[in-house]
Design a protein around this ligand. Structure first.
Ligand SMILES: C[S@@+](CC[C@H](N)C(=O)[O-])C[C@H]1O[C@@H](n2cnc3c(N)ncnc32)[C@H](O)[C@@H]1O
Length: 256
């Protein structure tokens, strides 16, 4: 399943790098790719050491570096990590990148960090959050933080038939035709994912020894990456017909 997901993300990366969604042109001119939800919780990251999990092709990683952090990005897609390294070099932004499965990161990274961070499209790719929580806790210095901002698991229940459980009851095997940046793209590769309820995510991190400091839920998405969204304010999206009724993003901050 990881092999299939890796192939999917390798293919998506080529489409994403050139997409309007990721808008490399404005990023190169200095746009910070991080959104207000995570910027508020992350606070001042200047001179902090950060491990950025599932960093994709590195826009958020390099944004953290531009904010003064000493960042390591991690992703299992070789194509994404290759692109991240190229962009980092081309833009003269110092950051390190590691290519590995996040669930095997202890074999590749032994340093501890002030902050471990992950955002938007994270837990759904992972079958085992207890193992994930433990690996994260092991990478944080005493007093350091883990921050995750992700799409709310309630959203993953919905496809056209509302067929998926909110709870982690089944493997979700799909073959999505498009990627989220381009509804005309033809990706057509298998994807394997898992729904994790908020309580499962929080419990995994508490079980790993971390202390929950902050839990926020938001009724809009800063990304236009689902069908049938309306932009009710610039850069803020809600589901048409369900405006203000659904949790769309959550944020968690833990302390070690
Ligand atoms: C939606 S993206 C993350 C969002 C990212 N913040 C961005 O720039 O859009 C999901 C990333 O998770 C990575 N990924 C999925 N499963 C993984 C795993 N088991 N280990 C490491 N990376 C994984 C994918 O390669 C992909 O780059």
């Amino acid at each position: 399943m990881f092999k299939s997901n890796k192939a999917l993300w390798d293919k998506r990366t080529d489409i994403h790098v050139d997409s309007d969604f990721y808008d490399m042109e404005s990023f190169k001119k200095g746009r910070n790719a991080l959104k207000s939800f995570e910027l508020e919780i992350l606070g001042d990251v200047n001179a902090k050491t950060i491990l950025h999990l599932q960093c994709h092709f590195g826009q958020d990683t390099l944004s953290l570096a531009r904010m003064g952090a000493n960042v390591t990005g991690l992703d299992f897609s070789e194509n994404a990590i290759e692109k991240a390294r190229l962009i980092s070099k081309e833009m003269h932004i110092q950051a390190s990148f590691v290519c590995c499965n996040v669930l095997e990161m202890d074999q590749y990274i032994t340093d501890k960090f002030d902050l471990v961070f992950a955002s938007y499209g994270i837990c759904g790719w992972l079958p085992d959050l207890e193992q994930w929580g433990k690996l994260i806790a092991d990478r944080i210095v005493e007093g350091g933080r883990f921050v995750i901002v992700d799409f709310h698991p309630v959203l993953w229940m919905f496809d056209d038939d509302f067929k998926y459980s909110y709870f982690n009851k089944e493997l979700i095997a799909e073959e999505p035709e498009h990627t989220y940046t381009d509804k005309t793209s033809k990706v057509m590769l298998k994807s394997f994912s898992w729904n994790h309820s908020i309580s499962e995510i929080i419990s995994a991190l508490i079980k790993a020894g971390l202390t929950l400091k902050r839990f926020n839920e938001y009724d809009y998405s800063p990304y236009e990456c689902f069908n049938n969204l309306v932009e009710f304010e610039e850069g803020k999206y809600q589901v048409k017909g369900m405006e203000g009724k659904l949790p769309m993003v959550y944020a968690l901050e833990f302390i070690k």
